[in-house]
Ligand binder design. Structure first.
Ligand SMILES: C[S@@+](CC[C@H](N)C(=O)[O-])C[C@H]1O[C@@H](n2cnc3c(N)ncnc32)[C@H](O)[C@@H]1O
Length: 261
């Protein structure tokens, strides 16, 4: 994970991102796979139960990858962003981000996921880590209808962000709409309803870069005029758009015309 200043009123400032340093890895995780279940154990004693990518079920629970790992490591490196805070983890799946926040002392976490199975994983992961049930709430619901009871100090989000043409029936865990930013935009447009004025939102998103700018830049400039914004590159080198489309053609051989558009 790296950091760099980004000022949405100056679209060129994200070019500063070359001058960045990686955070120490405080996760050091081991994964134990049993059938379709995965149990992660971390250096600090934290544990997390998920499922494997192989699981064939619309409502599967994702294993950990770089998005969750980057955000968890950020919270472990900067625990003060979560300590004593009310935290919201939309798109929570098994709840890796919110439970990491509880681990470093968050006062309460609201988890939200459209997947009805997510709540079972929250119960299991709370028990594995001996978190009291009154420190978290599992909400099964659609981010589009969700109205919080109060604003949060911290939002940790790993939304579905894979650019997916409308004609392709994408997975509920990954389909971010044609440009990949459907849910990121959703969060940004509702940020003032969710977030305290002094609050922070850490959102991990894959970005298509057009004319040298991540696509989300336009939304940031339009929507977040009164909040400071940083864009932090999590990948040292970007991939070519053609390589991305090629991967898609391999995954969806029957949808090549939708991908071409
Ligand atoms: C990229 S996955 C993130 C999973 C989570 N970070 C984890 O490690 O398990 C996106 C999650 O968003 C959820 N999701 C998709 N559409 C949603 C919606 N409209 N409202 C709420 N959650 C949604 C999916 O069920 C999935 O768990």
């Amino acid at each position: 994970m790296t950091t760099s200043p980004f000022n949405p009123s100056n679209q060129d400032s994200h070019r500063d991102t070359a001058n960045t340093t990686a955070l120490p890895d405080r996760l050091q995780r081991n994964a134990q796979v049993t059938g379709e279940d995965v149990l992660y154990q971390f250096a600090n004693g934290f544990k997390l139960k998920t499922e494997t990518l192989r699981k064939q079920n619309k409502w599967r629970i994702l294993p950990l990858g770089s998005p969750q790992g980057s955000l968890m490591n950020h919270v472990l490196n900067f625990p003060e962003i979560a300590r004593d805070k009310r935290v919201f983890e939309p798109f929570s799946g098994s709840g890796p981000l919110g439970f990491t926040a509880l681990r470093v002392g968050a006062s309460h976490v609201d988890f939200l996921d459209i997947n009805p199975r997510a709540a079972e994983f929250h119960q299991a992961n709370a028990s594995l880590n001996q978190f009291s049930p009154n420190r978290f709430t599992s909400i099964t619901g659609n981010i589009a209808d969700f109205t919080p009871e109060h604003k949060y100090h911290l939002i940790l989000a790993n939304p579905p962000f894979v650019p997916t043409p409308d004609d392709i029936d994408g997975a509920v865990t990954s389909d971010g709409g044609p440009e990949g930013n459907r849910f990121v935009n959703f969060l940004l447009e509702r940020l003032e309803m969710f977030l305290e004025p002094s609050g922070k939102a850490l959102i991990y998103a894959f970005q298509v870069v057009k004319d040298d700018h991540p696509l989300i830049t336009q939304q940031l400039v339009k929507i977040l005029q009164n909040r400071p914004v940083e864009i932090t590159p999590a990948q040292a080198k970007s991939s070519s758009f053609e390589a991305f489309c090629e991967g898609y053609r391999t995954l969806f051989p029957n949808d090549t015309s939708a991908i071409a558009n």
